[in-house]
Design a protein around this ligand. Structure first.
Ligand code: ADP
Length: 287
């Protein structure tokens, strides 16, 4: 699975007083089995970008190919593209509508006209992937669930299409800290278990740092940075100029380094920082 955007621009309401260029000559290539964090503040173009990835909107200019097929080509079947690239919108739980969890998750696969056994297999598997007990939950109403659980049902509905690429637009928005952690853990597990590319849109540097190997930073409809997550946080001044902080733990280590304490300042997690600080303290104890 390969997605390639070349000089892609998108303009909302062209040739009207409300004209707005949301993406400005974007170049990016996404390969299989990547975990990409997409960050940027509100209005930077993240949602417009991800809506292109499954053909929901089409470029105003430039080119988008999915597995070599041009999305604007009449021969390209958008239903096939949408099967390959699953998009979980912001607040996806608002799209739940069936009376049982089973029926909600089965909706997509049933639309593919799959037989009953295959639909059943997919619903069961998807519920497992998001950590919902099949037997206990399948006949319950999605509306009785907690916010985090509802969101998991919505994600399972997209996974039941067995996409090669899963795009999640701010999947933790509005959840309490434990709901947030649960969803992020599920996403991490999904990536590690499956043969899948994950694109996680977030404005939380903490979330991205924990999970994504590659980060793409949007600003004013352009890509300001695209590279390894660790590299991105080396440009912390620039990120702060864009109102995107670096993770607190990275900032903490950068402060230590400024005070001439010889530790790595590109750590991304508390665990990594602990190892660095202990190494330093042990070194001192031996001095
Ligand atoms: P983000 O997801 O980073 O918040 P968006 O892609 O939603 O950014 O928005 C990029 C720009 O396009 C913003 O200036 C936004 O106001 C504008 N925009 C987004 N959706 C629409 C729309 N439906 N009509 C007009 N302008 C829009």
């Amino acid at each position: 699975m390969n997605i390639k955007l070349e000089k892609l621009s998108y303009i909302y309401n062209p040739e009207t007083p409300f004209e707005k260029k949301a993406l400005d000559e974007i170049d990016i290539e996404i390969d299989k089995n990547e975990f990409i964090g997409v960050i940027g503040h509100t209005g930077s173009g993240k949602s417009t970008f991800v809506q292109h990835l499954n053909g929901l909107i089409k470029p105003t200019s430039g080119k988008l190919t999915i597995d070599g097929k041009d999305i604007t080509d009449k021969e390209t079947k958008l239903t096939e593209v949408r099967q390959k690239v699953g998009l979980v919108f912001q607040y996806p739980e608002y799209q739940l509508f069936e009376e049982t969890i089973y029926k909600d998750i089965a909706f997509g696969p049933e639309n593919l006209k799959l037989d009953k056994d295959e639909v059943h297999r997919r619903v069961k598997k998807s519920m497992g992937l998001v950590g919902l007990d099949f037997e206990k939950m399948k006949d319950r109403s999605p509306f009785e669930l907690s916010g985090g659980q509802k969101r998991r049902v919505a994600i399972a509905g997209v996974l039941a299409m067995e996409p090669k690429v899963l795009v999640l637009d701010e999947p933790t928005a509005g959840l309490d800290p434990s709901g947030r952690d649960e969803i992020l853990e599920q996403i991490d597990r999904l990536y590690k278990e499956g043969n899948i590319t994950i694109i996680l849109v977030s404005h939380s540097m903490e979330d991205v740092a924990k999970l994504a190997g590659r980060v793409v930073v949007f600003s004013g409809g352009k890509i300001m940075f695209d590279g390894e997550t660790r590299e991105a946080f080396k440009h912390s001044k620039k990120l702060e100029e864009l109102n995107l902080g670096v993770p607190q733990i990275t900032k903490f280590m950068q402060k230590l380094k400024e005070k001439n304490i010889p530790v790595r300042d590109d750590v991304l997690t508390v665990e990594e920082a602990k190892i660095e600080v202990l190494k330093y303290l042990r070194g001192k104890a031996n001095d």
